[in-house]
Design a protein around this ligand. Structure first.
Ligand SMILES: O=C(O)CCC(=O)C(=O)O
Length: 253
């Protein structure tokens, strides 16, 4: 099913679009089962809470909670269920509409299963994903799939609608390109943040320029999401950058 004109203008205006129940529940259950099994082993490559470097994160692997797994990286190569999801034709057709050109999957960014654990899942400050990336244009789309419920209570995403178009001054950002929480103009932006509640199988498409954040997980259950990032074929990574290092997969159409 193609995106409607209303959905396209919602994405253009807000910088994000939620589609309920886009991924079949059975597929989500398979991905969740693979995730739980790979968390148990655990199967590398992994990112730990000690690696994120955010305020409040454990300072080392040895610190309490430091070895809690934050991301199972390289989702695309972990299991066929993730590859099938990343390449799902219906999803790629929607991305084609959003990006306006044939679609590539970036293997360098996101391409991961995010796990936010009770107690040690660190909150993420307000940022734009483009801070991770070096592309010709700051114009990528993240596809975030909830494998279980996501709410403010378990550290779900919050978005500032329309902020993908916002011009911020360099002084509003800290050294890691997060909006500084000590500036009144940023606090006014934070107040515009909206929690995005998701259920298993819901997907949110969001622009790489959209400011977003997420809290801690105050529940007793791990929150699990799958995130892949896509760009247009005319918007390739800058040569020799980290974005170019791992490669891209042309998905068409
Ligand atoms: O789940 C979170 O804490 C935020 C994830 C996120 O925004 C990111 O990794 O870019």
């Amino acid at each position: 099913m193609n995106l409607t004109e209303n959905q396209l203008s919602e994405f253009r205006d807000n910088g994000y679009l939620v589609i309920k129940q886009l991924a079949p529940l059975a597929v989500c259950e398979r991905m969740l089962a693979v995730t739980q099994q790979q968390l148990q082993v655990p199967v590398p490559p992994l990112e730990y809470e000690a690696d994120v470097g955010y305020p409040g994160a454990p300072s080392s692997l040895e610190a309490p909670g430091g070895a809690t797994i934050r991301r199972l990286r390289g989702a695309y190569h972990r299991d066929a269920w993730f590859r099938k999801w990343a390449e799902d034709r219906d999803q790629i057709a929607k991305l084609r509409q959003l990006l306006g050109e044939p679609v590539c999957l970036s293997l360098a960014h996101h391409n991961c299963i995010m796990t936010k654990h009770p107690a040690f899942g660190t909150a993420t400050g307000w940022h734009r994903d483009i801070r991770y990336w070096s592309f010709k244009r700051p114009d990528l789309v993240c596809v975030w799939l909830a494998l279980g419920p996501e709410t403010a209570a378990n550290g779900g995403l919050k978005f500032i609608p329309g902020s993908h178009r916002l011009h911020v001054q360099p002084a509003q950002l800290d050294a890691l390109d997060f909006l500084r929480p000590d500036l009144p103009e940023n606090l006014a932006l934070f107040a515009q943040g909206r929690p995005i509640d998701l259920d298993r199988g819901d997907v949110v498409f969001f622009h790489s320029g959209l400011f977003h954040a997420a809290g801690r997980n105050t529940t007793a259950t791990v929150k699990t999401s799958v995130a892949f990032a896509y760009h247009g074929v005319g918007n390739m990574p800058i040569a020799d950058s980290r974005s170019a290092a791992v490669g891209d997969i042309l998905l068409g159409p």
